[in-house]
Write a protein that binds this ligand. Structure first.
Ligand code: G3H
Ligand code: ZN
Length: 283
């Protein structure tokens, strides 16, 4: 019952809202995001980085867990299971073969020709299996899963080539956003964003979605963003809630009670984000 991102993102483009990608790390995390989506009647994308997949025991464990939860939790909203920042064709293929409905192939650190070439291969395979593909042009800055990089703005003509030649379903055009916490106010390239959106007409993806003020989120949606990735904010509220539990309850030792507040904090955050992104009641 997992679906690809294609239909949800095209609907979002038309309806001028964005679907959140929330990265998951374990069972409770996944339950929290699904619970929030169902409560908000919102489509949702579960993001899994290669590192998170490895941590959870591999793609088969993740896909099996998610599929089981869709059934046992009676989830009725559209859910995509998406490989976040896939680094190779093989990595994307193994996710799809395990049951993921969507992948990102991130060849943004290579030349545009190599990036398009590799993306094409992934698209061919993914589409033959009904899965969607996101590609990246330019580079998102900051640190995620220990991978640190500088910001490099996406070039509009390269974006157009990627969309046309790559036949992708969603485009992450890096325009100043960074992974992890921002230092000061984020500075997104809105002029470039408008140009790329108008030129390509593609559903755009905003990486580094944590910590971006609401007016900038709305502007990004106005300029074609249909998917906003949130990882750091979930990690921050989870950790704050668990830290608070441990600090205020020195007698606690049941792990379910230790990390329970973390799950509740994620449900609350994800519901808020869905309201801000405008995806609530769009399922
Ligand atoms: O791919 C995942 C997101 O781009 C994470 O962004 O660190 O701002 O939550 P974030
Ligand atoms: Zn990202």
């Amino acid at each position: 019952r997992l679906v690809s991102m294609t239909e949800m993102l095209n609907k979002a483009l038309e309806g001028k809202y964005a679907v959140g990608q929330f990265n998951i790390n374990n069972l409770e995390w996944t339950q929290a995001v699904l619970e929030a989506a169902e409560a908000e009647k919102s489509p949702v994308i579960l993001g899994v980085s290669e590192g998170a997949a490895k941590y959870m025991g591999g793609h088969l464990v993740v896909a099996s867990m998610v599929n089981a939860l869709l059934e046992t939790m009676d989830i009725t909203v559209p859910v995509a299971l998406h490989l976040d920042h896939g680094t190779s064709f093989d990595s994307c293929k193994s996710a799809i073969d395990a049951g993921y409905s969507s992948v990102m192939i991130d060849m943004s650190h290579y030349s545009i020709d190599e990036n398009i070439e590799n993306t094409k291969k992934v698209v061919e395979y993914a589409h033959s299996k009904g899965a969607s593909v996101e590609a990246e042009v330019g580079t998102v800055g900051g640190t995620e899963d220990g991978i640190t990089g500088g910001v490099q703005y996406a070039d509009a003509q390269e974006c157009l080539r990627m969309v046309k030649e790559g036949n992708i379903d969603a485009l992450a055009a890096a325009l100043g956003s960074v992974h992890g916490p921002y230092e000061g106010e984020p500075k997104l390239g809105f002029d470039e964003m408008k140009e790329i959106s108008e030129l390509t007409g593609a559903p755009l993806v905003l990486h580094g979605g944590s910590g971006i003020p609401e007016h900038q989120i709305q502007q990004a949606i106005e300029y074609g963003h249909t998917k906003i990735n949130v990882n750091t904010e979930c990690q921050q509220v989870w950790t704050a809630a668990v830290r608070d539990k441990l600090a205020t309850d020195s007698a606690v030792y049941d792990p379910r009670k230790v990390i329970g507040p973390g799950k509740e904090a994620i449900v609350k955050l994800v519901r808020e984000r869905m309201t801000v992104f405008g995806s609530s009641n769009k399922a």
